[in-house]
Design a protein around this ligand. Structure first.
Ligand code: GLA
Ligand code: GLA
Length: 651
């Protein structure tokens, strides 16, 4: 369990570097990430490389005993490249070229961008690949950030057609797979197919899904190009990428196969205020703590993205950010709490963003561990506190949880292609389901549908439109209790209605069950659902079920239709169920699975790391921890205030 920081030596006078490095080490930081936006300084003109400044920056850090993570600088292509090769620029949905002047202005399908990237990455890796202080490499920065996965460029169009030819083999097969007899959309050749954008009526959802799959593959291809270069010139140095929170536009687990470590950038206040995955009430209640489950969900996701389970927080919010609609100050103690929470979920390293607030350009309102005039800020003091505490808390190895929650990227694209209810947001649904489990004190592993589920006692699937028989098979063999959410099994891989009606292949678990109609529920509509002792509601969405004999309705709508169906080890929830309802269904499934599930006090969350039980408190009122009277604490004590952290031995 180590601490790090993100640092931009090029943004400061060189006279500061040595004291910065010394103060980082004194604070208890061990790892510094640099250079991920420094292309224009590394290669000021095509093929001309300037290493002196970067040599000195790396050596200054190394002399202070710090380890360096080098970022490849490709997220910020320099002006000369754009000028020489305008085709590196991405094109938006209105056909406008995205201009130079910020970052991420490149198109993943541009061959000249691949060539220029390969050149700078090769040069950097040749120079620093065996530098003793450079312990790891980060590819690019936050692929897809600022909505940049997709580009509607000529380069993308050309490659999309080739990708289609590869996937479908013949144009007849494509026409068949997409149902192009509809509206005379039949194509004669792959060269006739365009990009699914800016049409008068909606594009074919099968085409949309194909284009999203293609765009994801393009991101993977670009990353793989960088990884191969780094492996060649920096042998033995782990390669990672810094992913984002609740970001769904490419296949993270597939990229994980090319990486050694997964990392992500955790901004609890920015994510709560700036992403629409939480309610207005939650945004208000947690504006200074962050949502109790948003960072945790992503920790649990990224732990599963690389097979080894190695993961870091590459950027940890350390004070206010600048990019949400409203940027709150963290509650005092929260930077410490977020850091410990990441360690509780198994992180090897938590690296703060950023060393010092910069007084100019786009992020001048974004805090750092130090103020712009170089005094330690509150976040810096809390980082120092964690560094001191780390010396006293043993490092335990994370073990797999007993509960899995399944996420699926292509499934999200499928539902986004035909939402049918304007607020059926897959990330929001995933968060609600995850929260329901976490409020019961359960540890959760967030896994892809391709995972091995053996050893799990409860598997929750918030929604999975495209279900393969193989997935059902693996679930059945696990013997776990299963809970599926609305629209699961509703689509084929090519975006048709599932054969025999939804839930398609899930009928292996629910014999004879059919979804005969679906309904989008506009805001203000809440359908009452009776669920034993719990009175619950369904908003946003419901599947209308035809329930055959032999299946049990555990809950019903007032029109008599089943809301929750149970059969054998499996349950199907037919709508967007409220928190109370989800809590009740999860509690039943957990109890059937033999899992100890107890509702936690408001705002409290638990997480085990090996034999240590951690607790983090996001609520306002002080709480008594569910620890035995004689618990041996290694951090904190039996009562937690808002923003408090504790850890005690389980045995
Ligand atoms: C219009 C069109 C139809 C169909 C319906 C769908 O009426 O003419 O082709 O698209 O909308 O409601
Ligand atoms: C992202 C980026 C950083 C920085 C931060 C600000 O995470 O990776 O470069 O812009 O956001 O919060």
């Amino acid at each position: 369990m180590k601490l790090g920081v993100c640092y931009y030596p090029e943004q400061w006078d060189e006279s500061l570097w040595a004291s910065d490095a010394r103060r980082m080490a004194e604070l208890g930081l061990s790892t510094v990430r640099i250079a991920e936006f420094a292309w224009a300084l590394i290669e000021p003109a095509p093929g001309r490389f300037e290493w002196d400044w970067l040599d000195r920056a790396i050596n200054t850090l190394a002399e202070a005993g710090l380890e360096v993570v080098l970022g490849t600088p490709t997220a910020a292509p320099p002006h000369w490249l754009v000028e020489q090769h305008p085709d590196v620029l991405a094109v938006d949905a209105h056909g406008r070229t995205k201009p130079f002047g910020s970052r991420r202005h490149y198109c993943f399908s541009s061959e000249t961008f691949h060539t220029a990237s390969a050149r700078v990455v090769t040069a950097m890796a040749e120079r620093y690949g065996s530098h003793p202080a450079v312990i790891a490499w980060q590819t690019d920065n936050e692929y897809g950030c600022h909505d940049t996965t997709v580009s509607y460029s000529q380069g993308a169009l050309k490659r999309f057609r080739a990708w289609l030819a590869e996937r479908y083999g013949s144009i007849e097969a494509l026409n068949q797979a997409w149902g192009n007899v509809f509206w005379s959309m039949t194509y004669a050749r792959f060269e006739d197919v365009g990009l699914p954008v800016a049409m008068p009526a909606p594009p074919n959802p099968s085409q949309l899904l194909a284009f999203q799959r293609f765009a994801s593959d393009e991101v993977l291809r670009y990353n793989r190009m960088q990884v191969e270069i780094l492996r060649r010139h920096a042998p033995g140095r782990p390669v990672l990428h810094n992913f984002m929170g609740f970001f769904g536009s490419f296949e993270h687990h597939k990229m994980g196969r090319d990486l050694d470590i997964a990392s992500w950038d955790s901004y609890p206040l920015g994510h709560l205020d700036g992403m629409n995955v939480a309610s207005e009430a939650e945004k208000l209640a947690h504006r200074r703590t962050g949502h109790p489950d948003i960072a945790a969900f992503n920790h649990d996701l990224y732990r599963g993205v690389v097979a080894s389970g190695r993961w870091w927080v590459m950027e940890q919010q350390a004070g206010p950010v600048n990019w949400a609609p409203w940027n709150a100050l963290p509650l005092p103690g929260m930077v410490r709490a977020w850091t410990w929470e990441a360690f509780a979920h198994g992180a090897e390293l938590v690296s703060y963003f950023r060393w010092r607030q910069v007084p100019y350009a786009q992020e001048q309102l974004h805090s750092g561990l130090n103020t712009p005039d170089n005094l330690l800020a509150t976040g810096g003091e809390e980082a120092a506190q964690v560094a001191r505490e780390l010396a006293t808390v043993p490092v335990e190895t994370s073990r797999p949880a007993r509960v899995a929650l399944v996420v699926d990227y292509a499934g999200k694209w499928a539902l986004d292609a035909l939402p049918n209810s304007a607020d059926f947001d897959v990330h929001t649904l995933q968060l609600r389901w995850y929260s329901a489990l976490r409020r019961l004190g359960l540890d959760v592993d967030v896994l892809p549908a391709s995972a091995d589920f053996s050893g799990y006692q409860l598997v929750a699937v918030p929604t999975l439109p495209v279900v393969s028989p193989d997935f059902v098979d693996r679930l059945q063999r696990s013997g776990a209790q299963l809970v599926f959410g609305p629209r699961s099994g509703s689509r084929t891989a090519e975006m048709h209605i599932a054969e025999g009606l939804p839930p398609g292949p899930l009928r292996a678990l629910f014999p004879g069950l059919r979804v005969t109609a679906v309904e989008g529920l506009r805001p203000g509509i809440a359908l009452p659902v009776s669920l034993g002792d719990t009175s619950a509601q369904v908003t946003r969405w419901r599947d209308v079920l035809d329930l055959p004999a032999g299946l049990t309705a555990e809950g019903s709508y007032s029109d008599g239709h089943a809301a929750v169906v149970q059969h054998g080890l499996a349950r199907y929830i037919s709508g967007w169920l409220c928190d109370a309802g989800l809590g009740a269904v999860m509690a039943r499934a957990a109890s059937a699975a033999g899992l100890p599930a107890q509702p936690l006090p408001e705002g409290l969350r638990l997480r085990r790391r090996g034999r240590l039980q951690f607790a983090v408190h996001y609520g306002e009122q002080a709480v008594q921890l569910p620890a035995p009277a004689d618990a041996r604490f290694v951090l904190g004590g039996p009562v937690l205030e808002a923003g408090g952290v504790a850890a005690w031995w389980l045995d």
